[in-house]
Design a protein around this ligand. Structure first.
Ligand code: SF4
Length: 380
């Protein structure tokens, strides 16, 4: 049996292996998980149900505090109707619902919201919240993580996104987002979700104050948790990583004004490679470490389509979503679109049926066959 990568091997592979060699190894691992020369994608819509959040993460331009009434919003049920109608018209079937750690929204708010959305459109899939929100609801409503997840499942939650992981290191989290649930709490929520048979994803946001060892530890913690999922349960179906978007954030401001505390530097790892090479190396090492996760996504909305397509040669097998709406990473500077496909012209918006055709053509240009999937990686 092939030996698993340990921390030291992973560090030296990431740092020292020529990119081509690292990608070749990652591609071999990719084809062991997904033998076919095909690349999946999904059509969904990210809806941010509120922007009120107590967490105050230093990298987030999206949230506002509860005492900023001129900025704060919470969507009403009526607000969802045109969004769902447009999603259906474009061939999508899933809402990715994300918000913040709202000071007043306990379990009943989410149960009511999920039930109403399912009444509006029973075929709609809800990929909603994330471990920080589950931990926050548990605290507000005096429930265990398991009770929160069970009640939300009963109300219509289908799958749990791996949001809010950033880097699973408390050194990093204490500085970036001190009010957010800890790394262990993130893992504990995910473990309960896996025990309940929920399909989840795992994420990593890199390229800020973390050091490389913390990135590798993050991946190893995910692998250990995935090993512990009950037999026959999916656990993490996919892993998604992207570089942190810093434009206009408090973190960028602190760095520019040289107000970061001792021991905190930005970026965490001295830039040895261009940003796209760092992304490709991170995708490849993720594929090699996460030998128990089937799918690795190329997060093209944050790195741009050309680099996202290159990730298909570095171990990724999924292009993620044709996201009809996204507000969080775009608030910090990610504005990529299908315009970046060579020859795609300039009239393509994401909320346009032509977007799917463009993405399929782009995948085909790399020698793979595109296929539309659902959130459980079944063909649609
Ligand atoms: S990243 Fe999420 S948890 Fe952090 S401040 Fe923004 S909305 Fe809140």
């Amino acid at each position: 049996m092939k030996q698993r990568l340990d921390k030291n091997d992973a560090l030296s592979l990431y740092r020292d292996a020529p990119l081509e060699e690292l990608c070749e190894q990652a591609q071999a691992a990719r084809f062991a998980h997904v033998p076919e020369r095909r690349v999946s994608y999904q059509i969904d819509r990210n809806v941010n149900y509120t922007n009120v959040c107590l967490s105050g993460c230093k990298f987030c331009n999206f949230h506002c505090r509860p005492d900023e009434p001129e900025k704060a919003y919470t969507l009403s049920c009526d607000d969802y109707l045109p969004k769902i109608a447009e999603l259906k018209a474009l061939g999508g079937d899933q809402l990715l619902l994300q918000g913040g750690l709202h000071p007043r929204y306990g379990i009943e708010f989410y149960e009511d919201l999920f039930r109403r959305l399912k009444e509006v459109e029973p075929s709609l899939k809800l990929n909603a919240l994330g471990p920080p929100e589950i931990a926050h609801i548990a605290r507000l409503s005096h429930l265990t993580y398991r009770e929160v997840l069970q009640r939300l499942q009963a109300a219509g939650l289908d799958t749990l996104p791996g949001a809010g992981a950033e880097i699973l290191s408390d050194r990093v989290r204490h500085f970036l987002s001190p009010a957010k649930p800890s790394a262990q709490q993130w893992l504990d929520v995910m473990q309960e979700a896996h025990r309940l048979g929920m399909s989840t994803t795992a994420t990593m946001v890199y390229g800020h104050i973390e050091i490389l060892e913390e990135r590798i530890d993050h991946l190893l913690r995910l692998r250990t948790l995935q090993d512990a999922r009950p037999a026959g349960m999916p656990g993490f179906r996919a892993f998604i990583c992207w570089p942190m978007q810093l434009t206009g954030t408090l973190l960028e401001q602190l760095a520019t004004e040289k107000r970061l505390p001792d021991g905190i530097t930005l970026p965490g790892e001295p830039a040895r490679w261009a940003a796209d090479e760092e992304f490709l190396r991170t995708i490849a090492i993720s594929r090699l470490i996460l030998d128990n996760v089937d799918h690795i996504q190329a997060s093209w909305l944050t790195v741009g389509l050309p680099t996202g397509l290159r990730a298909l040669q570095a171990g990724a097998d999924d292009m993620g979503s044709i996201m009809i709406e996204e507000n969080v990473v775009s608030a910090a500077g990610a504005h990529h679109s299908l315009h970046e496909v060579p020859g795609a012209g300039h009239d393509v918006s994401l909320a346009n049926p032509a977007g799917e055709h463009r993405l399929r053509s782009a995948i085909e240009s790399t020698g793979f066959t595109p296929w539309l999937r659902d959130q459980l990686y079944n063909p649609r």
